[in-house]
Structure formats: C-alpha cells, structure tokens
Design a protein around this ligand. Structure first.
Ligand code: NAI
Length: 234
C-alpha cells in the first residue's frame, strides 16, 4: 500500500495501544513515522523513529519538533484516564492538561510545518465525547472538548490547507481499558451492547486514521468519526 508514500507523520502516544497501531499502519501505508511518547517505542519498522515526549510540557514539545523540516501528518493519540480520582481537582487539571491542552500544544507546534504542504491532523476523541462519564469526569470533559477543538481548528486552519479530523474509538482492548476488560460483568455488557459483538483492536482505529490522512479524504475536515462497532447507534 502506498497511500501515504513520501509523507512524514508524527504520532503522540505511539508507544502503546491505539497510537502504536496507528504508527504501524501509517508506516505500512508508506509514511515515515516519528513516535513521540513518555515511553520508548518498541516498533522496529525501517521508516520509524522514536523521540521522548511529554505532551503536558511545552519545552518537551518544542524539543520534539525542533529540527523537523517536514511534516504532513499529526496524530494526537497520547491520553490518560484516572477514573474516580478525577473528582480531585489537581487530577482533573492533569487529565485536561494531557488530553486537551496537550493536543492543542502539538497542533500549534505542528501548524507551521503542516501549512507548507496541506497537512492533516487526526485527534483521538472517544465515545465519551458524546456520553457523560460518571466515573471519569475529567476524561469525558477532555474528550468532549477534543471533538469541539477538532471542529474549531478545521475551520480556523482551513485557509492554511490543513484538514483537522478526529476518530472516536469505541471500546478498544488496550492498557487504558484493562480494568474494564478485567471486570467480567462490565466487559460482557460492553460486548453485548456492541452490534459487531466484540472489543475493538488498535488496528480497527488505525484504518480510519490512514484514510483521514490520505488524499482519499481530501474534502473531509471537521468530522468526528466513530470507530465503535456500532456502539453509538445501539
Ligand atoms: P494506552 O495507555 O495504551 O496508550 C496511551 C499512550 O499515551 C501511552 O503510550 C502513554 O505512554 C502515552 N502518554 C500518556 N501520557 C503522555 C504524555 N503526557 N506525553 C506523551 N505520551 C503520553 O491507551 P490507548 O487506549 O491506546 O489510548 C490512546 C488514545 O485513545 C487516548 O487518547 C485514549 O483516550 C483514546 N481512546 C482509547 C479508547 C480505548 O477504548 N482504549 C477509547 C477511546 C479513546
């Protein structure tokens, strides 16, 4: 596949889970990929390299982008959830700083490079961009805001030729959802409500991201695309 041949992509949170799946798929589609994460990436593709990145730290973001002379694609997949602890205000602020402001920090850092060649941004929203989450108020607020940020940047940066979209994954089996996967009743309820009848996998999300980054999506901006096995409509 060469949908993204010759493009350079940056994937935050690309060392694990959905971000790692996206980084691998962008590489398979022909892009050279930079993975930015708190953790080192174990990916071993030829056209992939890893930089240490804390999306909550402006200096770290600046350092990760310093020296880049080309960027066509930015995927914001770094994210955290602290569940019930998010009723604590310091924790609330920390989750917003990573999931929402971290996304904006990277979009802002990438904008000048993306504007050179008509770039594409894909943010990772969530089912909790649409639903409230009584056990995760900060995560839900951050993901609702990521959806609105996506729409706003799509309008604001359209004149630069930058398309800004989001995917909203359903329930995907990763480290982030391990406590839910381990809760037999909760895990069964999720599968029962999902029309396609299973947990999602990182590669399910990655296909939608490759599409949104490609020229096949040249007239698509500002969408929040659910990738959820039908969960939202059931
Ligand atoms: P994960 O925990 O496997 O991956 C998250 C990655 O983000 C990790 O590699 C982590 O080191 C990195 N990260 C965390 N804080 C960071 C920071 N400050 N700076 C740089 N990197 C940081 O989780 P998963 O599930 O792959 O999550 C990826 C994205 O998908 C997140 O934004 C999450 O909210 C979102 N998502 C996940 C869903 C799921 O069901 N797993 C559903 C909907 C959205």
């Amino acid at each position: 596949m060469s949908l993204l041949h010759g493009r350079t992509a940056f994937v935050s949170g690309g060392a694990s889970g959905i971000g790692a799946g996206i980084a691998a798929a962008l590489g398979e589609a022909g892009a050279s990929v930079i993975v930015g994460d708190l953790l080192p990436s174990s990916a071993e593709a030829a056209e992939m390299r890893s930089v240490r990145l804390d999306v909550a730290d402006a200096e770290s973001v600046a350092a990760a982008f310093a020296g880049l002379d080309r960027l066509d694609i930015l995927v914001n997949a770094a994210g955290i959830i602290r569940r019930a602890a998010e009723y604590d205000l310091d924790t609330f602020r920390q989750v917003l700083d990573v999931n929402l402001t971290g996304t904006m920090r990277l979009c802002t850092a990438a904008r000048p490079l993306l504007a050179r060649g008509g770039g594409a941004i894909v943010n990772i929203a969530s089912m909790l961009s649409f639903f409230g989450g009584g056990l995760a108020p900060a995560y839900s607020a951050s993901k609702g805001a990521v959806a609105q940020l996506t729409k706003s940047l799509a309008i604001g940066w359209a004149a630069d030729g930058i398309r800004v979209n989001a995917v909203a994954p359903g329930w995907i089996a990763t480290n982030l959802t391990q406590p839910l996967q381990d809760d037999a009743a909760r895990a069964a309820a999720i599968v029962a409500r999902t029309p396609l009848g299973r947990w999602g996998r990182p590669e399910d999300v990655a296909g939608a991201v490759v599409f949104l980054c490609s020229d096949a999506a040249a007239f698509i901006t500002g969408v929040v695309l659910p990738v959820d096995g039908g969960y939202l409509v059931a």
